[in-house]
Design a protein around this ligand. Structure first.
Ligand code: UDP
Length: 236
């Protein structure tokens, strides 16, 4: 059912489908880090990410959150609504890790008093710089109202996902969300939600179950993603 290739990113491809306004999103086996400097192909990663992302989008749908997800199409593909992507990423943080630790000198693992949302301008060339609402508004990337709506959804997503992962012994540390506009002008959550774009730590041991395993050479990435899928009950 895949048509013409419309977009290829580091972790996925988007193809035209047999229905106008709907795309096929395919998850790749590639793992990349540090702006693509580190690269590997991890067999089976695409299928694991597709299973995890589909499951998460289905749980979000049940919670009344509007997303681009329509259905799982094949082992590594899902059908989504075509969006006009907003070039602003929202990172939600429950625990300090990664760039916020470097930027603000925080200790990794520090529990944040409430969920923090940060905005980044989506630009590979500029390495996704952090921005504020005024930048988004001034340069026409998103209006103040759109950013407010995206933040509201991000916090709702955070409630649903924190509960989901808590229930299977995983700490949802932080993650990145992307939004886009549907043809009707509605803001929908898009892209993917996988261990590639989240930090997930085992609640008991602190073991990393996300892309930091690859970034920091901490062992098998496939095993870590398997563990996430298995705990979510996705491996049969
Ligand atoms: N993230 C992502 N894509 C990006 C930037 C960040 O998926 O382009 C995710 C990342 O995996 C982590 C969270 O967003 O779960 C916060 O990332 P951070 O700002 O700490 O950047 P990092 O140090 O991971 O590059």
């Amino acid at each position: 059912m895949k048509g013409e290739l419309k977009y290829e990113g580091k972790g996925k491809r988007l193809y035209a489908s047999d229905v106008e306004g709907e795309l096929i999103q395919e998850f790749k086996d590639d793992a990349t880090a540090f702006d693509g400097i580190k690269h590997d192909v991890i067999k089976g990663k695409g299928e694991l990410n597709c299973a995890i992302s589909s499951h998460i989008f289905e749980r979000l749908h049940e919670a009344g959150i509007a997303t681009h997800y329509l259905r799982r199409e094949g082992p590594a593909t899902m059908r989504v609504r075509e969006l006009d992507m907003i070039p602003v990423e929202i990172v939600v943080r429950n625990v300090a890790a990664g760039s916020i630790c470097k930027r603000l000198g925080l200790e990794e693992g520090r529990l944040l008093p409430w969920p923090l949302t940060e905005l980044f301008y989506k630009s590979d060339e500029l390495h996704d710089p952090m921005i504020c609402v005024e930048h988004a508004e001034m340069f026409g990337w998103a209006s103040r109202e759109q950013i407010a709506a995206m933040r509201d959804v991000a916090l709702h997503v955070n409630k649903v996902l924190t509960e989901l992962f808590d229930g299977v012994g995983i700490r949802l540390v932080d993650y990145k969300l992307e939004f886009g506009l549907s043809r009707e002008g509605e803001i929908l959550l898009g892209d993917e939600i996988t261990p590639d774009g989240c930090r997930l730590w085992d609640a008991r041991t602190g073991r990393k179950l996300d892309k930091d395993v690859f970034r920091r050479d901490l062992g098998g990435l496939s095993e870590a993603y398997h563990e996430v899928a298995s705990r979510l009950g996705l491996l049969g």
